[in-house]
Design a protein around this ligand. Structure first.
Ligand SMILES: O=C[C@H](O)COP(=O)(O)O
Length: 251
């Protein structure tokens, strides 16, 4: 049975004190509450250790938003997967469209990052998604398929089974323009079929595929009610407990 996951991606928001407060408020809001999904928060690197120490990490998984494509050494400014894991984080968001677009993350780089994350027992939340021109040209299925196959399909079946995918149409990120529930379901079903062709039905059925892109309290229920949508990767609406909790409770 695949996991339902609601993951926040704080992006480059919140200083350390603000981040700690947000994490602790979320921890308090979830205390004693039965929720039907796994909750994850993706914090900036500098927050990871403090946040992991301040909350119940059995209830809220902590994610980094990136890791280096090298294991260690003279790479000034980089943070390795091993360092991320040593903070108590359990997840790492990889391949986000903002990293691909602004930091030129290529397939080669992403493949290394995924391998290093897995070697360090981090669960990659691997992002894929087309830009508006690609959707308008009806190329969105090809684009998403090629993002998955190029970066992930060299993995063994065992390793692939540890991946969480997040479909984030780039045109829906931070724009207020959400994919319709039908568009999300159509793409998620296509992704699952692509996984089944390569790794078999069982792996495909057990892979969590999250939706991301202007997901909020008012559209989460409809999006999550689709059979192939296993949760969300939430940006803006994860920056306040009042906005994030209703999304968690949409399951
Ligand atoms: O990682 C999260 C996504 O980029 C979605 O961001 P958003 O919810 O602010 O549109």
């Amino acid at each position: 049975m695949r996991k339902k996951i609601v993951a926040g991606n704080w992006k480059m928001n919140k200083n350390l004190q603000e981040g700690l407060t947000l994490a602790q408020e979320l921890d308090a809001a979830l205390k004693g509450k039965q929720v039907n999904c796994e909750v994850v928060i993706g914090t900036p690197f500098i927050h990871l250790a403090s946040v992991a120490n301040a909350i119940d990490t059995e209830k809220i998984g902590v994610a980094a938003q990136n890791c280096a494509d090298k294991a260690s050494g003279a790479y000034t400014g980089e943070v390795s997967a091993e360092m991320v894991a040593s903070t108590g984080a359990k997840y790492v968001i990889l391949g986000h469209s903002e990293r691909r677009a602004y930091y030129h993350e290529t397939v080669g780089i992403l493949k290394e990052k995924v391998l290093l994350a897995l070697e360090n027992n981090l669960t990659p939340i691997f992002c894929i998604g087309e830009v508006l021109e690609e959707r308008e040209a009806n190329r969105h299925f090809d684009v998403v398929k090629s993002q998955i196959t190029s970066s992930l399909f060299d993995l063994s079946k065992e390793d692939f089974s540890k991946i969480v995918l997040a479909y984030e149409p780039v045109w829906a990120i931070g724009t207020g323009k959400t994919a319709t529930a039908a568009q999300a379901q159509e793409m998620h079903a296509f992704i699952r079929k692509t996984l089944a062709e390569k790794y078999g039905e069982e792996v495909a059925e057990n892979t969590s595929i999250l939706y991301g892109g202007s997901c909020n309290a008012s559209n989460a229920k409809e999006l999550f009610s689709n059979p192939d949508v296993d949760g969300g990767l939430i940006g803006g609406a994860s920056l306040g407990v009042d906005k994030f909790m209703p999304i968690i409770e949409a399951f």
